[in-house]
Design a protein around this ligand. Sequence first.
Ligand code: NAD
Length: 432
Amino acid sequence: MKLCMIGTGYVGLVSGVCFSDLGNTVYCVDKDKNKIDLLNKGIVPIYEPGLEEILKRNSKQKRLIFTSDLNKAVANSDIIFICVGTPTKKNTNSADLKNVFKVVHQLKKIISKYKVIVTKSTVPVTTGDKIEKILIKLKRKKLVDIVSNPEFLREGEAISDFSYPDRVIIGTDSKKANIKMKSLYMPIIKKSSRYFNTSRKGAELIKYASNAFLATKISYINELANLCEKAGVDIKDISQGMGSDLRIGERFLRAGPAYGGSCFPKDTRALIDTANQFKTDLTIVKSVVSSNNNRKLLLTKRLEEILHGKLKNKTITFLGVTFKPNTDDMREASSIPMIKYLNKKNSNIRYYDPSGEKHEFKKLKNVEYYNDIKSACFNSDLIVLHTEWNDFKLLNFKKIVKKNKFKVFDMRNIYSPTKMKKLKIDYFGIGR
Ligand code: NAD
């Protein structure tokens, strides 16, 4: 099949590359010319393990084309995927759909032959109806069908998530569009993924409902971790004990910092906003959002307590700053408010992250990026294990810090408190 991905970010690029690897011809379009230039040179602008190799292989076969020429890409494609960002609109909770509608208005001018238009971007329920309204003339001429196909891939595991999804959701009542989408996804469905054809609005809502539920699981275990700290119980026991009940499941039940990233924070807010528009009250999701906001403050306060309120001139090293491992994505990472606070309090902050230096911290005067773990930790007063990259799982703190007294705040519970005690390391975990 011939496909066009509009928006070549985490979702558009990974889906485009993976669809091309299944034998489709894929045009990847982005308004960011710099991104397209890099991709044409075989350089992947995001950190996603394994992506570069598949990209190069398919570019070589001329099945994967990177271009800024939307007209040509659309003209040559049967299915158009909208994969642009839908961040939170400034000073509101609602999803900003200006990128989506901009693309739709462009498509309105270009399309002259039947196309399936698919929203892969996460968009609030009824967005598909609004798109259809804009394209009503094309719809009446049977030149378009508008489908919702939410994406569930996770950054860092995006290729396997895309290739082996638990489910593929196709929201449309058009038989013609459903047949096309089903045959596109057939190689993936054959690997035992479930294929759901649902209403368009249903598909749109499934995505938000799923993300809000996962955010709820994280916030739930994070709050229980607070109780564990007071009650002298190890949260890891609770996670395991609860998680081995198949009705509950062990994933997303690990206590840590506030959830972040490009999806959960904005999608929980947008779901609350949608509910408000429909005059319903999602009290659970509301409290998840507020619990998560509190968590950022709570862990910052904890950091301060660990250093007995004396932050000035203390050297604090963050190991990992991204919201999770195997991604370079810093969107809503909890390290940002923490580091900003410590910077204000005149701590000397160092950080190392396997995905490299972050522009978020470049302007902060007391924050310095180190490009290896050892020099980042040398002579530090406090090591903060913020992100669970594999690189941080077997550290010999005494050897790398080389200081008599230092502390470790393990926000991911990677290390054993008992072992740390034996090593006489001043160790703090989460919920234990
Ligand atoms: P992103 O910010 O990484 O990428 C979006 C891309 O769209 C950018 O490269 C941008 O330049 C491009 N773009 C914006 N407007 C454009 C236009 N008019 N024409 C062409 N290109 C345009 O975003 P992302 O993380 O890939 O997310 C995209 C969508 O997918 C969002 O709705 C997000 O919620 C959803 N989603 C993201 C993930 C994830 O893990 N990142 C997972 C599932 C779903």
